[in-house]
Every structure is written in C-alpha cells, then in structure tokens.
Design a protein. Structure first.
Lengths: 509, 364
C-alpha cells in the first residue's frame, strides 16, 4: 500500500510537469486580413470542405471582407440571407454616412449590418478555428484586429424520436438526439426556472467535444458541482466519442461492475433528476445523458413509476427488485439446490428434478453454464443483427435450441425454465448498465454455488454487499437511502409512496 | 453530500450493537436458558439482558469521558501504562476468542446442515476472508452492512415463527420462579454470554458522531435484542418444552424444521434461517475482527488499522481450530464467560469508580 502510494505520487508529479510545459501562446487576430487568412489556410491545409468566400462592400467596394465556414456544418440559408445579403445589399440602405462607414466599418457591421441572430467577436485565431470547425462562420474584416463569429450551425441531424432503450407506456415519447443544443432545449422545455443552469465546456484535445452541465443553482450541492467540474477538467484525452468515456474517466471506482452514473435517453428523467438536486451531463454527439450522483435504488426507477397510481408503481418496484435478485442468483439457486441441498426443496419437486436430470451427462453447474453462455451468445447476436433477423434469432435460439437441448438430453427442462426466467428478469431492470452488471455477477454466483452451495450464494451476497457499502457515487453512499437511514427517504425506494408524501423533492432518492 | 468521514451515527451504532450481539450464540440460546433456568428461561433472558444493558451503560459512561480515545489510550490515563498494556492485550485476545468461537460454531453448523462433505476449514477460511475484506474498510462500511442486513435478518425470522403460534403450550412456562436464587443468578450470568458484543463500546467511541442520543440508542439496541431473543425462546420452549429444548445442541434449527409454513415453496425453512444466520454471524465476526484489529493498531501506535487485518486472519483461524469437537467448543465458550465476567462487570465498575473518584477529587 505504502509503495503504491509512493508510485502514485511520483506519477502524479510527472504528469503535472508535462501539463505545465505545454502552454503555447496562440496568435492574435492581425489587422491585415491577408495575414489572418493565410494563418487559417495554413492551419486548415488540405481540408477541402472549408469554404473561403471573399467579397467587397462599400460604395466603391473598398472594404474587403471574408467569410470562412465548413461546408455541410453550416446552414447555407443563414449565410446567404442573414450575412451576405445583409452585408452586400441591405446595408446600402443603412443610414450612416459614407464617412462614418469609412471610419468604422467594423462597428457598423456588428451593430447594424448582420441580421443573423447570434454573433460574438473574438481576437484569438485558434479559438476562431475551433469555432469554424464546430459549425460557426467567421467573418474577417480588413483592417480590424477582431473576427466576428456568426452562429450558423445547421447540419443534417436525426430528429427527436422515442427513446429506444427506455420505453414507457405512459409518459413523454421524446428521446435525446445526437445534437447537444437540441438536447439542452429538450430539458429546458421541462424546467422554466431561471435558476436552472446549463453550463458548457469543451473536453478532448482533438475532438473539442462540447459538454453541458445541467443543474439547478439553489438546489444543487456546491461541493458536488465543483468536484465534478474539477474531475472534468482533469480529463486528458484526445477524443470523447460517447458519454461512456466521460463516465469511465470521472467515476470513483473503476473496479466496480456497477454503474456509478445513471445514463438515460429521456429528457423527463434528466429534468426530474435535476429537480432533485442532481447534476446531469450532456455530451455532444451522444443521445445519452449522465446523471450524478446515482444510487442503486435510482437504477430501479422508471419515470412511469410517478405517472401511474402509487400502489401499482410500488408493486412494479417490488417486482423489479425481485427480478434483480432472480437475475443475479436464479441459476445459482438451481445449482445449489440440485447438487448440494436436494433435501430443502419439496420432496415431489426434488424427485421430479432428479428424474429429469437422469439422462443429463453434466453436473448442474456445467448444465447451467452451457445454457447461460448460449443465452448470452444469442443476446449478443440479436443485438448485432438487423431488427427482423434479430427477432428470428430470438425465436430460433429461445425455442428451438432450448427444445433441442432438452430432447438431446444435454440439459434438463427445468434448467431451460430457469434460464428463461433469469433472462426475462434481467430485462425488467430499467437501467441497461445495471442489468449487465447483474449479468456479469450471475456467473460469479454460479461458480460460488457450484463450489459451496447455498453457503456460497450467501458468501457471494456478503462480498457483493461489502463492495456496495464501500462504493460511493461522488460522496453519496451507493446504497443510500438503505444505509444511513432516514425513514422519509425510504418512501421512494422499494415502494413508491403517494405523491403527497414528497412535498419538496430535494433528497437523492 | 455525505462525506467519507469514517464515523457512524448514533442510529447506526444502535443497529451495529444489535447485529454484533446477534451472533452464533442465538442458535443455542434456548437450550442454554432452558438448561440454566428451566421454564423460567424467558425471565432469565430479560434479566440477563437488563444486566448487560446496565454494564453497557457503565462502559459507555467511562468511554464517553474520553470521546476521542479508544480503550488503549484512556485505560492508560485511568490506570497505569503497564496495567493498560496488559489489559489491552487481554481485550484483544478476548475479541479474538469470540471472533473465533463464532467462526467455529458457524463452521460446525454450516457443515452439518448445508455442506456435509465440504471440509470445515474451507467454510471457515472463506468466511474469514470475506470478513477481512470488509474490515479493511473500517467501521463505516461495517455499520452500513449492519443496516442493510438488519431487516433481512429480523423480519423473516419473526414471520417464520408465526404459523407455529398454535403449537405453543403455555404450560411449558410453568411453574414460574420455583427455582433456587443461586441457580437463577447463575442463569442470568450465563445468558449474558448471548449479549457479548457490546464490549466494542470500549474501542469505538472515537468513531461515533456523538450527539445526545447515545444512551437512547444503546437502550434501543438492547431492548430490541432482548425482545428478539424472547421471541425466539418463547416459541422454542413453548413448542418443545424446556426439557426437550435443553438436550438439543441447536434447538432453534430444530424448531424451525418442525414449522410447516403453509403454501411455501421451500419445504425446510432451516435453509432460509441458515442464510439469515450466515449474515448474523458475519456481522458479529466482522465487528470482533475490527475491534481486535483496531485495538492492536492502537497498541502498536500504527497509523492505519488495515495493516493488521490480514495478519490476524491466521490467528483467528487457528484459534477457531483449537477445540477438537463441537462439545469442546461449547466448553471453551463457557470458559470464555469468565473473561466476559471480567470485561463486562469487574473492569467497567473498577474504571468507573476510578473515574468518579478522580473527577470528584478534581472538583474539590
């Protein structure tokens, strides 16, 4: 332990050293337009999708302007109508006298000539390039050491569609898309509170991915917020491809099979979490939002729980927790009972199991392992295949292989039932990340049951619970509110109490 | 945000004490009290529990005078350094003894009820390593574990007995109090063994967030464990009668075997009880293991208690293997009761007397 700490220390120092030496001053925008354009062209050499459009305005076309943008990332309509048209035609009707324009074309353009909605000015050429590459249009003016950045993002994008992994019967049908701005708007539409903040930053040395932190200023825990910002800033990576990158780079314990952040495609879920004082992270190019902090109990919640009547919702919650336990120990209970404790099941059932297992050449563990592995294989194949074929695989796998395996005497019919029930159970956990954690642990439990029977399963539970009680999601115990019990928090865990009980939702449950 | 401050709340202390006291002893408790006091077992449990509660309060009185110190440090202030070191060594041995006793009894029961052909060594060593895993992380996870397991242990146990309510013969508890006072007192002392575990109050005070509910939480934990024991013993003696109860090794398992739960899938409910009881033993062992580790690290003045977790594993393991048979285990357990007598009754009284006298002296 001590040595490890020392290594960590050395390692960290080294990292810091690297970080400091990398600061290079980025060039400022020059007065001469040709110099600026040359720099940009140099930097963006061999990028044929960049369009440079130069044009002249003024009575005698004495002012040279140049637009730089990326073809395909910008909305041509904005550029044509609100930039070029305004500058070249409409501005001729503008009031200021020619003298005035001569003196300060920059001010005039900025104040009156561009009818585009969102403009800003910068004087840093590297920032300018980043803006161009993210879909904005840069307007260079001859003789002025500033660039006007016109927001003109507009590209082909998927429209808002129902969330595919988190369907509900009752509730909004909107799911996130791959565009950050659309996603933030989707959440904003749920919360019209001035205290609701959307704070953006860029991560990734090369990808410069936009990510947004969503929170409500007067509910959120400030320590948590600064902790997350701190960790996000420490990320040192070239590219963020998916929210999963962020999740794995800022999570507390990378040894854990359990997700320490909730990911969701649903804006309503994000809105509800933010209203509870959590922080959501939206990542550009990913339809998944991350919610921090997360506890085990939240992984079992579905937005629908709050839309239906509380008794039904409570029943469904209990069902899901039961399903999780079945998904975890279903096959291992079968292994333990058939190979170690046949005396504990009703005699008739025990005799029946024994009779069906008579021709099976494998021990129960191998039997379970074969079936579980087959099932996992089918599931994996089903995901890869196109939707219509995927369904066929399901039928072929589930019905035919199961039936054939039983008839061939490789597995007992009860085993097929156990595997099927386990599979169905694992699908009823609302969070996919949690479900795969349980899938993984199921195999560990099977091994324990094969070696130590029922005691092995208990031991497995002890080890898993030990891991879970130690685990924290950004300072919040992963098992809260079951630990450090506060009775009122338990109202929204295994059961879902009537809505009147939660007067003001500020606790993480 | 709840910080990782390695401290437990007073509510958590309450549950922690409960789960620590509820250990391997519960299986044989009805037989112990039936042997000691016949039909008056329930009264013995009640009084034994109250006696234990009183001394738990005495220990917490002494310890609360030094809320930032463990026994290792404050015993030095109360008595002298040599005495303190000696007592600490004994205290560590005491924790280790109960840790290994629990472990051994667990191994024996698990072997005879669950895993007939598995060597007891395997059962013991696996549980011990599971314990070491949690003990390394300190008191906070142990307390959280207790919180999680508390309802898992208590609720099913209470429900399991309910169908047997018609089988109870109340005449099994008669005659009341026709017993010699000496035997009665002895019985009370013996039941104190079932409450072993609250001695952790000697060492865990620096790890409690002290508020004003300390006394209440100790009381709550004792009353709930007394109620729990009474409930179990009431059903066991009520169904079997004290004579039959007293000749059995683990009457609790036998009585559960006889209960027929209507419409339930599992025929023999003792598998369920075995599972629950695994949790109960685990929490007890982990607390004793933690207490021993903590005291040892304080004695040596080490910075982290976690260094001593693994070294103590073989010690506990071999101590657990010393008794030749299960009969001998219970003989050793009855010897350990003398140590209990010292640590639970004599030492707290002695220390509180010294503290009181010294404080009185300071005031004058």
């Amino acid at each position: 332990m001590f040595l490890l700490g020392l290594f960590n220390k050395l390692f960290k120092n080294k990292n810091n050293g690297n970080g400091e030496s990398k600061d290079v001053e980025s060039p400022k925008v020059k007065e001469d337009i040709e110099e600026n354009i040359k720099y940009i062209k140099d930097m963006l050499k061999d990028s044929d999708d960049i369009i440079y459009r130069e044009f002249w305005v003024g009575e005698e076309f004495q002012h040279k302007l140049e637009l730089v943008f990326v073809d395909g990332l910008v909305d041509k309509g904005i550029i044509n109508e609100h930039v070029m048209h305004s500058l070249m035609l409409d501005s001729r009707q503008a009031k200021p006298s020619i003298d005035e324009i001569k003196k300060n074309i920059y001010e005039v353009i900025k104040k009156a000539a561009i009818t585009g909605g969102d403009i800003k000015e910068i004087d840093d050429l590297d920032k300018c390039i980043t803006s161009i590459l993210s879909g904005d249009t840069a307007l260079f003016l001859d003789g002025h050491p500033k660039v006007v950045i016109i927001s003109s993002k507009g590209w082909q994008m998927r429209s808002v569609a129902p969330p595919e992994t988190e369907m509900v019967v009752r509730g909004a049908r909107e799911g996130f898309t791959e565009t950050l701005r659309v996603n933030t708007a989707l959440v904003r539409r749920w919360i019209r509170d001035p205290k609701f903040k959307i704070k953006q930053m860029q991560i990734g040395k090369r990808s410069k991915t936009d990510i947004a932190l969503l929170y409500i200023d007067d509910i959120v825990n400030k320590d948590l917020l600064s902790l997350i910002q701190e960790r996000l800033k420490q990320i040192d990576i070239d590219c963020i491809l998916e929210s999963g990158y962020i999740e794995q780079l800022i999570e507390e314990d990378w040894h854990s099979p359990f997700p320490q952040m909730l990911n969701t495609e649903r804006p309503d879920k994000v809105a509800a979490s933010v209203l509870e004082g959590r922080i959501a992270i939206l990542i550009d190019n990913s339809p998944f939002a991350l919610i921090i902090p997360t506890t085990l109990a939240t992984l079992f919640q579905s937005p629908e729980d709050y839309f239906e009547r509380w008794m039904i919702s409570s029943l469904l919650r209990i069902l899901r927790f039961t399903a999780a336990i079945i998904a975890l120990v279903g096959p291992s209970i079968y292994i333990a009972f058939t190979s170690y404790h046949p005396g504990m099941i009703p005699t008739k059932l025990a005799l029946y199991i024994a009779s069906t297992r008579q021709g099976v050449p494998f021990p129960a563990f191998m039997e379970a392992l074969i079936m579980e592995a087959t099932f996992e294989l089918l599931r994996e194949a089903g995901i890869r295949l196109p939707v219509p074929i995927g369904q066929t695989i399901g039928i072929v796998g589930g019905l035919i292989i199961g039936q054939a395996a039983v008839m061939a005497g490789i597995v007992s019919p009860l085993m097929v039932i156990v595997v099927a029930v386990t599979a169905v159970s694992s699908f009823s956990i609302p969070s996919y990340s949690a479900a795969i954690a349980f899938r993984l642990l199921r195999f560990a439990f099977m091994i324990l049951a094969a070696v130590l029977g029922l005691y092995g399963i208990m031991l497995g539970f002890i080890l898993m619970l030990t891991h879970l009680v130690v685990l924290k999601s950004f300072g919040l115990p992963y098992l809260s509110p079951f630990v450090e019990i506060n009775l009122s928090d338990l109202a929204d865990t295994i059961i879902r109490a009537p809505l009147m009980v939660f007067k003001k939702k500020t606790t993480y449950t | 945000m709840i910080k990782n401050n390695d401290k437990i709340s007073e509510n958590q202390l309450s549950i922690l004490l409960f789960t620590t006291m509820l250990g391997a002893g519960v299986l044989s408790l009805p037989a112990d009290v039936a042997k000691a006091a016949g039909p008056n077992g329930l009264i013995v449990i009640l009084l034994g529990g109250l006696v234990a509660l009183i001394f738990a309060r005495v220990i917490s009185f002494v310890a609360s005078k030094f809320p930032t110190e463990t026994f290792v440090e404050y015993s030095e202030k109360i008595m002298t350094k040599p005495v303190s070191v000696l007592l600490t060594v004994f205290l560590i041995v005491y924790f280790l003894i109960f840790c290994s006793l629990n472990l051994r009894i667990f191994g024996e029961v698990a072997k005879s009820y669950l895993l007939n052909s598995t060597p007891i060594e395997v059962i013991m060593i696996t549980l011990l390593f599971a314990t070491a895993y949690i003990v390394r992380y300190g008191i906070e996870p142990i307390a959280r574990m207790s919180e999680i397991l508390f309802p898992v242990m208590v609720i099913p146990t209470i429900i399991i007995f309910l169908p047997a309510i018609t089988d109870i013969d109340l005449s099994n508890f008669l005659p009341i109090l026709r017993i010699s006072p000496l035997r009665f007192a002895k019985g009370i002392l013996q039941t104190t063994y079932s409450f072993v575990g609250f001695e952790i109050l000697y060492v865990i005070f620096p790890y409690i967030q002290l508020g004003n509910k300390l006394k209440k939480s100790i009381n709550v934990s004792f009353f709930s464990i007394i109620f729990f024991y009474l409930y179990i013993t009431f059903f066991t003696i009520g169904i079997f009668g004290y004579k039959e109860t007293s000749v059995q090794l683990w009457p609790l398992l036998t009585v559960i075997k006889s209960i027929n739960f209507p419409g339930f899938f599992i025929e023999n409910l003792e598998s369920l009880i075995m599972g629950i009881w695994t949790f109960a033993v685990f929490t007890s062992i982990s607390v004793f293991h933690y207490a021993a580790t903590l005291s040892l690290s304080k004695l040596i003045k080490a910075r982290e208690h976690s260094y001593f977790v693994i070294p103590l594993v073989p010690v506990i393991y071999f101590m657990a293997l010393i008794p030749e048979s299960i009969v001998e285990v219970y003989r050793y357990a009855s010897y350990a009761t003398y140590l209990t007598l010292f640590f639970v009754i004599i030492l707290p009284l002695l220390m509180s007397a010294i503290v009181k006298l010294r404080h009185g002296g300071e005031k004058q």
